[in-house]
Design a protein around this ligand. Structure first.
Ligand SMILES: Nc1ncnc2c1ncn2[C@@H]1O[C@H](COP(=O)(O)OP(=O)(O)OP(=O)(O)O)[C@@H](O)[C@H]1O
Ligand code: SF4
Length: 317
């Protein structure tokens, strides 16, 4: 069975679309991989399979092996050297292991992206079943599953299908993504209730798009109000992983098909820098010297936040 050698499965859920669920999934996956774990990402958001775009591998093709599909590599495991700034900060010195990162998405199989939108429930459920049984993941530390937004019957049946495919305890829980607006928060409350009803553990809530950091003066403006995610997490007694502001650079990197990443070990601790300065510093030494493909992985101020969330999730703190 394709999930047999997967140690832990995490779901990424959101009560409504467009709150950044795919962004959180891909950034968490990259962070886990940069922490040395072997990671897979399964995109079962069949109405809008955007994960390949986030990894900059939209044009990749899925290869067929006997009895199933081979997930598309985002990068393979390898040893990377830490750069000078990482060493200076005492975060890492010497070499460390980058874990493999693979991805499977309906997006790779669709000739026409619009096809997925018109599918009815049973066809979607059948496709999810096939994704869960027919992808050769091999040995993975973590499989992150990007699920469709919402709490509709169809959504519930997809998640139930998934739970049935996993062995007991294999699904460690769900990361719930929200934005600070009241309407998004109320949708997430439904998602929390859904997790409770279906017995899915809640690993934590991420509040995305909480404020906008101006690239010119670094002033943070709370466009959609702030703190709702944390208040809700407290109210429901679930862990709050943290808030992520809007970074315009993140959007432009994704649009350009480049993957925003800020390698662990290159965080310039204790320095008050603007986004531009951080970007300049990263581009100048961190990304280039880290041994990652500079033209594919680009620095982004948001990455340290996701790196922190990934650490919390693996340590279960
Ligand atoms: N913190 C952020 N800063 C800047 N842009 C962001 C941030 N989070 C998400 N985005 C952008 O917002 C858009 C929507 O994000 P994303 O696709 O991750 O949402 P989603 O919840 O997965 O949407 P869907 O329901 O359509 O799958 C994308 O263009 C993404 O690049
Ligand atoms: S946040 Fe700062 S730089 Fe940006 S528009 Fe306002 S004052 Fe100008």
């Amino acid at each position: 069975m394709s999930l047999a050698n997967v140690k832990e499965i995490m779901l990424v859920l959101s009560g409504k679309g467009g709150v950044g669920k795919s962004s959180v999934t891909t950034q968490l996956a990259l962070a886990l991989s940069l922490q040395g774990h072997s990671v897979g990402v399964l995109d079962i958001d069949l109405t809008g399979p955007s994960i390949p775009r986030f990894f900059g591998i939209e044009s990749s093709k899925v290869r067929q092996a006997p009895g199933g599909w081979l997930p598309v590599p985002v990068h393979e495991a390898r040893t990377i050297s830490d750069n000078a700034s990482g060493a200076q900060n005492g975060v890492f010195t010497g070499e460390r292991q980058l874990g493999s990162l693979h991805c499977m998405s309906l997006g790779f199989l669709l000739g026409d992206r619009g096809d997925a939108v018109v599918w009815r429930g049973p066809k979607k459920t059948a496709m999810v079943r096939q994704f869960l049984s027919d992808v050769h993941w091999g040995s993975l530390d973590y499989l992150l599953i990007d699920t469709p937004p919402g709490t509709s019957d169809e959504h519930i049946s997809l998640v139930e299908t998934l739970l049935k495919s996993a062995r007991p305890g294999q699904v460690s829980g769900a990361v719930i993504v929200t934005t600070p607006q009241a309407i998004s928060i109320s949708d997430v409350k439904k998602e929390i209730n859904f997790c409770r009803k279906t017995g899915v553990n809640i690993l934590g809530v991420v509040e995305n798009m909480a404020g906008f950091v101006c690239p010119s003066c670094a002033e943070c403006t709370n466009v959609f109000s702030k703190g709702g995610g944390e208040i809700m997490a407290k109210e429901f007694n679930v862990p709050f992983l943290g808030s992520v502001p809007i970074d315009p650079m993140f959007v432009s990197l994704v649009e350009e098909g480049r993957t925003p990443v800020y390698p662990q070990g290159t965080v310039v601790a204790g320095k008050d820098m603007t986004t531009d300065e951080v970007a300049a510093e990263n581009t100048a030494d961190a990304v280039r010297d880290s041994g990652l493909l500079a033209e594919k992985y680009q620095s982004c101020s948001l990455f340290p936040l996701f790196d922190g969330f990934a650490a919390k999730l693996t340590l279960k703190v």
